[in-house]
Design a protein around this ligand. Sequence first.
Ligand code: ATP
Ligand code: MG
Length: 256
Amino acid sequence: MAKIFCVANQKGGVGKTTTAVNLAAGLAKIDQRVLLVDLDPQGNATMGAGINKAELESSVYEVLLGLADVKTARKSSETGGFDVLPANRELAGAEVEMVELDNREKRLKDAINAVESEYDFVLIDCPPALSMLTLNGLCAAHGVIIPMQCEYYALEGLSDLVNTIKKVHGKLNPDLRIIGLLRVMFDPRMTLSQQVSAQLEQHFGDKVFKTIIPRNVRLAEAPSYGMPGVTFDPSSKGAQAYISFGAEMVERIKTM
Ligand code: ATP
Ligand code: MG
């Protein structure tokens, strides 16, 4: 059965999508079967995997509302080597439309259930909000990967996210736990980065992934070619870091 992970942080622009897409591609490179779920109406993970969000017949929106199943809505990312349950701006409406549905926090979980045996990993790219969409992601997952930039304000929002995860764990999904904090867009020349990084290790110990993702322009360029950075420039420092992170995840799930 697949291990299911949310990539979440309610802060915007912290590297969630870059992490989800490149981890998916990194895992695919080591022969893992991966489904990437785009749970953000921005559809950045969809585009970053080389799938045109403007030309979807069905998407995660229809899946959440019970109008399509994952098998019909999923696409294959040729550039990434994994499957994608894509999203576009239609998904923004789901939030309101789901209010009337039963079991509305668990719609994604139920949908993924049907295909879980086909994958080793399901990665869910969450939007930058603690919304009903993110709640669906958290209810579907075994764990959360939290990408963070090592800056002062990064720690502030973290307690809200940790509290939300605790609540979901207590009330809705006893399987849920924090898998780890991933330091991203890291600039070793900045003293503040080093300090925050050390603080994270002190507070969270083993929960901080060993792999550190550096700031690397190739990772930022790749989406405009519809490619994960890992495929776009495999020898770049950013790609290499995400490939290492894939290997670290494979190791980590052995202990779960
Ligand atoms: P949102 O909250 O809007 O969904 P996000 O958390 O998914 O954002 P990304 O879209 O992954 O964040 O990243 C934000 C921006 O930073 C993008 O332009 C991305 O290309 C760039 N970026 C992400 N990681 C790196 C990195 N390691 N080095 C350089 N640029 C990066
Ligand atoms: Mg994103």
